[in-house]
Write a new protein. Structure first.
Length: 376
């Protein structure tokens, strides 16, 4: 029996690499042969997963502004031999920065400028290829903050220069992209969702409430996004897959010349996932919450579909499962298991994540031993 562990990070609890370490330790203890792979799908942890699959490379730390304008230290992965920088938008524009004890900060006041500052820092450091992982962000600004940092200029109908903030979206009459910093850089936007900028499954309506947008905010933001996208992108109007990623940063990067690539496609190639699945008898994947959003390109579903191509069973582990068995199986999973051991609160579940993962792996051992490679 050869088990491949390909689990995504559990936000705030453990990374993909830590998940593999925990599972392999348990399996080795019980004599189950296993190997792990560090993955990401364009969301939080993409830069770490990229580094884990490189022979060289290191972290670069710079000071940037978080979504609320506070100066923070953020880092990006850099591979000097290839002049490649890999950035997590969540490092500078993460959702953790917009939450307070009283709830979310006013979403109108937030900005993606910090992610633009990370991109700018990487370019100045010598990067000729910049990969941006889009996921785990707390901003919903259509990427206007990022665009402003990278040289875009926004004007109203009176030819007055507007600040690169959310409140300007409805006032913009024309945009000048003639002096953007990414002109001679290969820019890749790695998305973990395939949503559009606007519409029912877009950056505002589907993901806005998770970032503090109220019902009234949703109406205003949707109208602002529609105006902006129709103005600067008359052909597609923000209706390409991935435009809605990271509150619209995916859309902004496309306007700046980025190529969109599903994060899983990139990372599975870097990690040689297909070869590892082919050599395994069973695959175990997972993420913090398995729900309808997971079906829009999240890592566990992508792993399950890869396993299906090689006719390998795929088990999923998750902190919370909101999909029915038919939905799970239609997505490619054999079945799924929850990490949570008992009724608890989210804070406790996150804090006890690695411990619960180890306990779940122990409970899976008898099942794996019964199945055996000869019965697959």
């Amino acid at each position: 029996m050869k088990v491949l562990v390909a689990i995504d990070s559990f936000k705030g609890s453990f990374s993909s690499a830590e998940a593999a370490t925990v599972a392999i330790r348990v399996f080795n203890h019980y004599g189950v042969q296993s190997t792990g792979v560090t993955l990401a799908d364009g969301g939080e942890g993409t830069s770490a997963a990229f580094l884990a699959n490189q022979e060289d490379g290191h972290w670069e730390t710079v000071m940037v502004h978080d979504p609320c304008g506070k100066v923070i230290d953020a880092k990006y992965a850099y591979v000097p031999t290839k002049h490649i920088a890999v950035i997590d938008a969540a490092m500078a524009s993460g959702i953790q920065s917009v939450k307070t004890d009283l709830g979310f900060v006013d979403p109108v006041t937030t900005s993606s400028a910090g992610t633009g500052e990370l991109i700018m820092a990487a370019i100045k450091h010598g990067a000729t290829k910049v990969i941006v992982g889009l996921g785990g962000t707390g901003t919903t600004d259509a990427g206007i903050g990022l665009m402003g940092v990278l040289g875009a200029k926004f004007y109203d109908s009176y030819h007055q220069l507007l600040p690169a903030v959310i409140g300007s979206l409805a006032l913009i009459d024309h945009v000048d992209l003639s002096n953007i910093a990414t002109e001679n850089v290969q820019l890749i936007a790695c998305t973990d969702v395939d949503s559009y900028l606007t519409g029912a499954s877009g950056a505002v309506q589907m993901f806005g409430p998770q970032k503090g947008l109220t019902e009234l905010d949703l109406k205003h933001f949707e109208l602002w996004f529609q105006h902006f996208s129709q103005l600067v992108d008359p052909t597609y109007q923000g209706r390409l897959a991935g435009d809605g990623a990271a509150g619209g940063i995916g859309f902004a990067l496309r306007l700046l010349g980025a190529t969109r690539m599903p994060g899983f496609q990139l990372m599975s190639h870097v990690a040689q996932l297909d070869e590892k699945i082919a050599a395994a008898d069973i695959v175990i994947t997972g993420e913090g919450q398995l729900d309808q959003q997971s079906l829009h390109g999240k890592l566990p579903v992508q792993v399950a579909q890869s396993a299906q191509r090689f006719h390998k069973p795929c088990l999923c582990v998750a902190g919370n499962i909101k999909l029915t068995v038919p939905e799970l199986q239609a997505a490619g999973f054999t079945t799924a298991f929850s990490l949570v051991q008992q009724v608890t609160d989210l804070e406790s579940a996150i804090r006890e994540g690695k411990q619960n993962l180890a306990l779940l792996m122990e409970r899976l051992v008898p099942l794996l031993q019964i199945i055996g490679p000869d019965r697959l």
